[in-house]
Design a protein around this ligand. Structure first.
Ligand code: COA
Ligand code: AMP
Length: 624
């Protein structure tokens, strides 16, 4: 592991030197002279006196370097039957004019802009346009309900909201505008304007605040890039935590540009001119980092895919896109591969497509189970590369660094800690555990560039939630172990976050929605194993005394309540009515014990349990 080992060691021994070197891949309007500001530890700032514009680095500089005719964005939309290629020249034109739209609406550097958009090129254009004027975008995934969108609007306080008339799921057209209208009704904060992209599949009813996207664009003048500090926020991305309130992960401009460029070359082995496809959604961190920013920062072509891996039109959809566009590497979640395998287990549809351009399949977002790893490896005949990270870090913490030095792959492991991340496994008291022993996966501070400097308007919440359990370390919330070769194995969350089809969800948020049902006295939601989605939520509900509801009717109502308040993405389908929930004598629900049983572990019965029979009664339902 020569190159990897020496690079990893130098990144930890001399982070300033290492990242100063990496920063040379970025065009700065003022190059940083200070690399890491440690004066406010445990809050760190990378490149504090550097200045740049992220959009300039992702678009303009490639045009200036002669890449104007190369495709920058390749939109492939099997759900609408359309494709569109945007060269770097065209992307620059569209982004600078949409930046003109934002400027015309009074958006200036530091203002927030919320986006609720389907997977269309306009979403990418709008994100880059925000970056161009120095505004801070916050993209909200379309599968969340109005209530969740409202919570994000209230926290981010956007000047402008950008949305579309609809999104398109294979089974239905999803009206986005009524969802936005409802969210704005629920929210305390009011933006000054909304810009709506009218799609041919469904026309949105426009209100007094609303402007037509294309009408504004037609009359807009292009604007140039606004210089910002490297430490200024580029975006806020809300993610699920243990409590109901979503956490606004802040991403800065400078560290992000440096780290993502480094990752494209050294982890994913992608450079200018390559075609790269991250099959995710702009609403998730994978979408931010690897559909939008990283491929464009390095001058590659990024595929923007609107559709699912199966059913649009068939389970050969991914192979068709790879063949048609000469995709060098595909990045998606294991669940997408499981969905394809379920539909086409013998991979007969692969034979119709020449996917010889494909050099690697990268999988992340949830644990890569050995079965899926082997099926994908055997089917595609290319390295299948697990990588582990999270919204907070923005880029991989553990991976097989294909560009730096491809290492042997091991099933069940995303390989080794990435340079910049000092990954440790600690026991509950904060002591390092020996190789092979499970514990809390933590990262010694400082985190590398590109990771969250803090939570939006919530430094104390960041410190309490991530930096306090083990002083000097960032707590990832995942448990696992390192093996004798230094390979990391990530076994799952140690908190109440679950992962459904690669989507991160808070059981606390789902529980809060269920608790609003008038018949429900109390409830607990646990993630249970699902062969396709990895995990699915299962709700255990105790009815108020005297309520005599039919369990099937009640389950249907609870599912509908969660869909209405959290959104379809919560994918709650299973509701079990139980006489009681296992609790401690002081009345605390034993969620950790329930989770352990659901995960198939031999859980000792806690000595503090109030009534062991309640736990015994619920155990068969936890095991499924
Ligand atoms: N807007 C509106 N609704 C949405 C949505 C969006 N952007 N995204 C998902 N939904 C809805 C779906 O229509 C579905 O609703 P339903 O219950 O009425 O069918 C629900 O939310 C759950 O969606 P999903 O979890 O995507 O399940 P699915 O059964 O429709 O598809 C997969 C399953 C595995 C095919 C799909 O999740 C997938 O492709 N995932 C892998 C890639 C990925 O996006 N990973 C994210 C991180 S890398
Ligand atoms: P998100 O913030 O939505 O990207 O979700 C991050 C969480 O997903 C992590 O904390 C893990 O629990 C899980 N996760 C992501 N990638 C992997 C992986 N490769 N292996 C295991 N778990 C993963």
């Amino acid at each position: 592991m020569g190159d990897y080992n020496s690079t990893y060691e130098s990144s930890l021994a001399d982070p300033d030197g290492f990242w100063a070197n990496a920063a040379e891949s970025i065009t700065w309007s003022q190059a940083p002279t200070v690399i890491l500001d440690r004066t406010h530890a445990p809050l760190y700032r990378w490149f504090p006196d550097g200045r740049l514009n992220t959009c300039y680095n992702a678009v303009d500089r490639h045009v200036e370097a002669g890449r104007g005719h190369q495709p920058a964005v390749q939109y492939v939309s099997p759900v609408t039957g359309t494709q569109r290629t945007l060269t770097y020249d065209q992307l620059l034109d569209e982004v600078s004019r949409f930046a003109g739209v934002l400027a015309g609406l009074g958006v200036v550097a530091g203002d927030r802009v919320v986006l609720s958009m389907p997977m269309v090129p306009e979403a990418v254009i709008a994100m880059l346009a925000c970056a161009r004027v120095g505004a801070v975008h916050s993209v909200v995934f379309g599968g969340f309900a109005a209530h969740e969108l409202a919570a994000r609007i209230d926290d981010a306080q956007p000047k402008v909201v950008l949305s579309a008339s609809c999104g398109i799921e294979p089974s239905r057209v999803v009206p986005y505008k009524p969802l936005l209208d409802e969210a704005l009704e629920l929210a305390d904060h009011a933006p000054t304007a909304c810009v709506i992209l009218q799609r041919p599949q469904l026309a949105a009813q426009m209100g007094v605040l609303d402007h037509d996207w294309n009408e504004l664009l037609a009359g807009a003048e292009p604007v140039g890039c606004t210089d910002v500090a490297a430490t200024d926020p580029l975006y806020i991305l809300y993610t699920s935590g243990t409590t109901g309130k979503p956490k606004g992960v802040v991403r800065d401009n400078g560290g992000h540009a440096v780290a993502l460029s480094w990752s494209m070359a050294n982890i994913y082995d992608i450079s200018a001119g390559d075609t790269w496809w991250a099959a995710s959604d702009v609403g998730w961190v994978v979408g931010h980092s690897y559909i939008v920013y990283a491929p464009l920062l390095v001058g590659a072509t990024t595929i923007v895919y609107e559709g699912k891996p199966v059913g649009t039109p068939d389970a050969g959809a991914f192979w068709r896109v790879i063949a048609e566009h000469g995709v060098k590497a595909l990045f998606t979640a294991p669940t997408a591969i499981r969905a394809i395998r379920k539909e086409d287990p013998e991979s007969t549809l692969l034979a119709d497509h020449d996917i010889s351009s494909l050099q690697a399949l990268f999988l992340a977002g949830e644990r890569l189970d050995p079965d899926t790893y082997h099926w994908a490896s055997d089917t595609l005949g290319v390295p299948v590369v697990d990588n582990w990270w999270q919204t907070e870090t923005g880029w991989p913490i553990a991976a097989n660094p294909r560009g730096l030095q491809p290492l042997p792959l091991k099933e069940g492991s995303p390989s080794v800690p990435v340079p910049g991340y000092d990954v440790q496994v600690l026991d509950g008291e904060g002591h390092p555990v020996p190789a092979g022993t499970e514990g809390n996966i933590v990262i010694r501070l400082p985190l590398p560039p590109g990771t969250l400097p803090t939570l939006w308007n919530a430094d104390a919440r960041y410190i309490n939630g991530y930096l306090s359990a083990f002083p000097g370390y960032y707590t990832t919330g995942d448990g696992g172990f390192l093996d004798d070769d230094g390979y990391l194995y990530v076994l799952g969350r140690t908190d109440d976050v679950i992962n459904v089809a690669g989507h991160r969800l808070s059981t606390g948020v789902i529980e809060a929605a269920i608790a609003t049902h008038p018949a429900v006295a109390e409830c607990a939601v646990i993630g249970v194993h699902d062969a396709m989605k990895g995990q699915i939520p299962r709700a255990f509900v105790v009815l108020k005394s005297g309520v005599d509801a039919d369990p099937d009717d009640l389950a249907r109502e609870v599912v509908a309540t969660v869909r209405e308040q959290v959104g379809p993405v919560a994918a709650l389908k299973e509701v079990v009515v139980v006489p009681g929930l296992p609790k401690t004598r002081s009345g605390k629900i034993l969620r950790r014990t329930m989770r352990g049983i659901a995960d198939g572990r031999e859980e000792p019965v806690p000595s503090t349990i109030e009534d062991v029979r309640v736990l015994e009664d619920i155990t068969p339902f936890l095991k499924g």
